[in-house]
Design a protein around this ligand. Sequence first.
Ligand code: EPU
Length: 346
Amino acid sequence: MPLSPVPPLDVTERANLRQHNSFGLPALAATLVRLASPADVRRVVDHPVYGIAPHFILGGGSNVVLTRDLEAVVLKVEIMGRRLLAETADAWIIEVGAGEPWADLVAWTLDQGWPGLENLALIPGSVGAAPVQNIGAYGLELKDRFESLDAVDLVTGRGVTLDAAACHFGYRDSVFKQHLAGKSVITRVRLRLPRPWRPVLGYLDLERRMADTGNSSPDAATIYDWVCAIRRAKLPDPALIGNAGSFFKNPVVTPEQCRDIIGRDPEIVHYPMPDGTVKLAAGWLIDACGWKGKSMGRAGVHDKQALVLVNRGGASGAEVVMLARAIQESVYGRFGIRLEPEPIIV
Ligand code: EPU
């Protein structure tokens, strides 16, 4: 019986990546390979040239700052598909292709009657990128809804399934930002949405909504609407203004460091963590240094949330990084705290 023909890999030479990163930064990829299936990943591994070249894995491009053209083979993950894998007494398990947009997934699960992701509404980027940085918002992190994922090793071509423990999730961190960085391509993600559904309402902005509306037991659709409204009020839409969400992680300090800073700045926004450390609001620190709404060249600081850097039109990655450095220096100068970028700077 004849074998069905294998379609060739989808390769573009000298591809412009401006459309493929949410900052809208200009950069050329010497080679861009679009991956439509896990089999495509294995075909890259087996390829005589692409298999041995350095690789750069690109998801939705919403957490990357491109400062230069890329010689590495850029792998754009476009594996699609989403389905209910299982429905048990205590959970809905959803399986999703890594190339699906995260925000569409959240809306779809709610439409299907499977709540649980509503706090993570409107987060830009792809489903495959979500575990890489353990996305989080409004009191919920990806790890709280994670079941497992499939990935393909870029050296051996072997497929692996990792559970939450193997992913080493931390605050905006996972094994894919550490020792597996650039080494394996996430192809599918499975999420566990617990039944019965329980709302996550501990975040201050949501508590305020409850107080303002007098609705203290919102359903999932209401929480979704609230989160969308809060995000739209504070965060720029990357379709309109290039950005990569929060540019810095919220720094974690010791209680002594925090007391010292509170002594000088009693207003500082801080959250005690379960392990005794204290998380500070980086947006507050940057705001306190007077950066909100400011620009350097064509890069700027968003006027409603100082933690978000924006492309005011035609900025280069170098301009964004210069602005980020200037912010780091002034926050260090005033508070003695080093801010760590959240996106990957290339
Ligand atoms: N604040 C200011 N000035 C600012 C910005 C913030 O004073 O310019 C204060 C706020 O008033 C608030 C505190 O800082 O008291 C925290 O601000 P916010 O609630 O907006 O959240 P965040 O800590 O700045 C984090 C995540 C966001 C996520 C929100 C909501 C990080 C690095 N960022 O921001 O995630 O949407 O909480 O949960 O953890 C992202 O990672 O890209 C992202 C947008």
